[in-house]
Design a protein around this ligand. Structure first.
Ligand SMILES: Cc1cc2nc3c(=O)[nH]c(=O)nc-3n(C[C@H](O)[C@H](O)[C@H](O)COP(=O)(O)OP(=O)(O)OC[C@H]3O[C@@H](n4cnc5c(N)ncnc54)[C@H](O)[C@@H]3O)c2cc1C
Length: 508
């Protein structure tokens, strides 16, 4: 790597894309770019991965999206579960929801410790040509003359820099990239003080297992009678004075016992951390050649396991669009659809998390509110509404084809026969290319898009008897969302060629 130059603008661009932060979102983005033939450089401040998993749950839309990359099974360290008839889940700690119906394909929820998924994404990304530079902390980014300089500092204090056409900040909630780009991170401040850690419970069977609400707050204990148990405490009396103060074992033990109202003997604490319900979002996800994804773009109380999921879907939304920009075929405005689509999704997550925090307060008034809310959760419509929101399966994007009900929705995974044999829609999308699938009756649509075949796959299919195809032709983005469906005999405005041009540029 080059030494710092006093005239960095004289330097050659050393890579097309630098991703700052090799957490799960950064590594998945690296995979997505590499899949498109762009070789990103990931710079990560930790010399070796921490191995700590804050998140461990992947929700249905993330699972479906990873399935369209052949990654659904890979991110699961335990044997893969199939579909289940009932999948209890919670809203604000009330386990009265059933996720079973949120998706008609595969498992609707997947256990995937974030450190494990991060390693899988990193390995896949590297295999596809991404480079990962560990032990390098980004200390600043500066955009100048069509490129961005990323200042780095090694663990031994050595300073370097790399230059790139694009930089994506996937460097978490305290993002240096976001601050350097001058992007405000705004929202609502902390009202809750929370602790988390792993401890050995000395009397595991008397510990307050599971989610416990008391007049003094919440304890959450994921019990492991033979090893370390994860313990969380939520104190609703207000935010801690110094949010950066290190958590001590005594603090976690005393807080657990204060909220539980009895001794909870524990020892051997590790991975102690402090967090809050501050709900913040980047006011913009792009500043010139600098973009943000994951926790760098949005942060909130970890309620309903939505943070990582939102970030991973950011990566899948951004990857192909940024690759198109790098490769030169992106039509004007394509990259800006990233923020236009993903900011409202994260804003909605912040909104439902704030509502959950409100419902979790201790106290008799909230008791009644919770009871009333719990009753409504048993209404099928409410269950559908809340589970769709938590799972991300209610996400659809405005792709500007107003009279097409399918446009902007996620294409279901159907089984089809092609000239190469039996396959699935998910498998057809696994190379990350846009896809037009059509039946023989809609072969005319395929002819229209032939000039785009350098960047778009066109596949004639026969739906298998178990699968209903939603329309005779579907134009699908690399992230699985439908752009256009054939209306049958009627004409549709905009037509297929206009939509393809708008999203994939002019014909070759
Ligand atoms: C207690 C807790 C529990 C949670 N539980 C869940 C859950 O159940 N489900 C869920 O979906 N989400 C959960 N989350 C949220 C989830 O952990 C985050 O959304 C997720 O880690 C975001 O991934 P990321 O890659 O965006 O950021 P991070 O995981 O924070 O990764 C950022 C990476 O960037 C690196 N980095 C930071 N600064 C720099 C720099 N200057 N230079 C170079 N590298 C840098 C870091 O070392 C890190 O590797 C939880 C969060 C907390 C705090």
């Amino acid at each position: 790597m080059k030494q710092r130059s006093s005239h960095p603008s004289d330097e050659a661009v050393t890579c097309e894309v630098v991703i700052v932060g090799g957490g799960p979102v950064g590594m998945l983005l690296a995979h997505e770019l590499a899949l498109q033939g762009v070789r990103p450089l990931v710079v990560e401040k930790l010399p070796v991965p921490s191995g700590v998993s804050k998140a461990g749950t992947l929700h249905a839309r993330t699972v479906e999206s990873l399935h369209r990359r052949g990654l659904r099974e890979a991110v699961q360290p335990r044997p893969v579960r199939g579909r289940q008839t009932s999948v209890p889940f919670h809203f604000a700690g009330m386990f009265d929801l059933d996720l079973a119906e949120v998706s008609s394909e595969g498992p609707v929820i997947v256990g995937s410790p974030q450190a494990y998924a991060e390693r899988v994404f990193a390995e896949r990304a590297e295999a596809l040509g991404a480079r990962i530079l560990r032990g390098q902390e980004c200390t600043g980014v500066h955009e100048e003359e069509g490129r961005v300089r990323v200042d780095l500092q090694g663990a031994d204090g050595t300073r370097h820099h790399v230059t790139a056409r694009w930089v994506v900040g996937c460097d978490g909630v305290r993002s240096v990239v976001r601050r350097a780009a001058g992007i405000p991170f705004t929202g609502t401040p902390a009202t809750v003080s929370a602790l988390m850690g792993e401890v050995r419970l000395l009397d595991p069977w008397s510990a307050p297992a599971g989610w416990q609400r008391t007049p003094r707050g919440w304890t959450l204990v994921w019990l492991n009678p033979v090893g370390h148990s994860r313990v969380c405490t939520y104190d609703f009396r207000g935010p801690v004075q110094d949010r950066h103060a290190p958590v001590t074992f005594e603090e976690l033990r005393e807080e657990t016992e204060r909220i539980a109202g009895r001794p909870v003997p524990m020892a051997d604490a590790r991975d102690l951390t402090r967090f809050s319900d501050a709900a913040l979002q980047a006011e913009s996800y792009r500043q010139g050649r600098v973009l943000l994804a994951g926790d760098a773009a949005h942060a909130h109380f970890p309620m309903g396991g939505q943070g990582l999921n939102t970030g991973l879907q950011d990566a899948i939304n951004l990857g192909w669009k940024l690759a198109a920009e790098v490769k030169g075929w992106a039509p004007p405005g394509l990259l800006d659809t990233y923020a236009a689509e993903r900011r409202p999704v994260a804003a909605r997550v912040l909104y439902n998390v704030r509502a959950q925090v409100a419902l979790m307060h201790p106290g008799v008034l909230t008791d009644s509110l919770r009871e009333l809310f719990r009753e409504t959760m048993h209404l099928p419509q409410v269950n559908r509404f809340l589970t769709g929101m938590l799972s991300g399966t209610d996400i659809s994007y405005d792709v500007r084809v107003p009279d097409d009900a399918l446009a902007g929705t996620f294409a279901p995974d159907i089984r089809v026969k092609t000239a190469q044999g039996s396959t699935s829609l998910a498998a057809l999308l696994s190379d990350g290319r846009p896809l037009l699938i059509h039946t023989v009756q809609a072969a005319g649509q395929a002819d229209l898009l032939a000039p785009w075949s350098d960047r778009l796959s066109i596949v004639e299919v026969v739906p298998e008897p178990s699968s209903a195809m939603q329309a005779p032709a579907l134009l699908i983005r690399p992230d699985g969302y439908i752009l256009w469906s054939s209306p049958g005999r009627r004409a549709r405005t905009p037509g297929l060629v206009e939509v393809a041009t708008e999203w994939f540029g002019g014909p070759a």
